[in-house]
Design a protein around this ligand. Structure first.
Ligand code: PEP
Length: 254
């Protein structure tokens, strides 16, 4: 049975004081999480060290929102895998649609980052998803397949078992327009089918595929009830402990 993995992407919110307050709440609410549910928080870089300290020994795991594809060097403004690991990070979100849209990240660049994360022992949460125009143009499957193939290019079968894919339709991120459970399930099944083709059925059966896009406490249960939806990548609703907990508690019912 696959784990249910609920990750909160804090984006560019929360200073150190807010970080402490939110984490105390999340930690308390996640204390009763069963072992099949993994709860991850992904604060901004400036909060990672504090979060790592506050979460030590708790049920909540730490992730980052981005990472350089380089080990180190003259790359102003970038953060390496080594820096992330030194804060206690175990996960890293890669290729979020906001990184693709505002910072020009391509599948090829995300692929380099994913390989670097895997080589360093970080677990990548790799985001894919179509725009509204692409969905309306009837090319969702094609677009997502191209992204999945591009971001996974050259990743070995043994590394693939550690990859989390997040299907995040761009039109549903931060818009309040959630994909219906059937729409999300359809794309999740296509992604799993593609992974089976690229790797094997047993790897496809093992990997976690999260849904992201306006997940809230009141829609999480029906999304997570879908056979190929193994978790959620949550933006807006993870910024308050109660609403984030409402989502990961839905994961406990799965
Ligand atoms: C996200 O940022 O990955 C996201 C899914 O945001 P929201 O939940 O706010 O749509």
């Amino acid at each position: 049975m696959r784990k249910t993995v609920i990750a909160g992407n804090w984006k560019m919110y929360k200073d150190l004081k807010d970080t402490e307050e939110l984490l105390q709440g999340v930690k308390a609410q996640a204390a009763s999480a069963p072992s099949f549910v993994t709860v991850i928080v992904c604060p901004p870089f400036t909060s990672l060290q504090l979060a790592g300290t506050l979460l030590r020994g708790s049920a909540v795991k730490l992730g980052a929102q981005n990472m350089s594809e380089h080990d180190e060097g003259a790359f102003t403004g970038e953060i390496s895998w080594k820096m992330l690991k030194s804060t206690g990070c175990e996960y890293v979100i890669l290729g979020h649609s906001e990184r693709r849209q505002y910072y020009g990240e391509t599948d090829a660049k995300i692929n380099l980052k994913a390989k670097k994360a895997l080589a360093s022992g970080l677990l990548p949460i790799i985001c894919v998803g179509e725009t509204l125009k692409e969905r309306e143009g009837g090319i969702t499957e094609q677009v997502v397949a191209t992204q999945v193939k591009g971001v996974l290019d050259g990743i070995s079968a043994s590394d693939m078992e550690r990859v989390i894919v997040a299907y995040e339709p761009v039109w549903a991120i931060g818009t309040g327009k959630v994909a219906t459970p059937a729409q999300a399930q359809e794309v999740h099944a296509q992604i799993r089918g593609l992974v089976a083709k690229l790797y094997s059925q047993s790897i496809a059966d093992k990997i976690v595929i999260q849904y992201g896009g306006s997940v809230k406490p009141d829609n999480a249960a029906e999304l997570l009830a879908q056979p190929d939806i193994d978790g959620a990548l949550v933006g807006g609703a993870c910024l308050k402990a109660d609403s984030f907990a409402g989502i990961f508690k839905s994961g406990m019912q799965k």
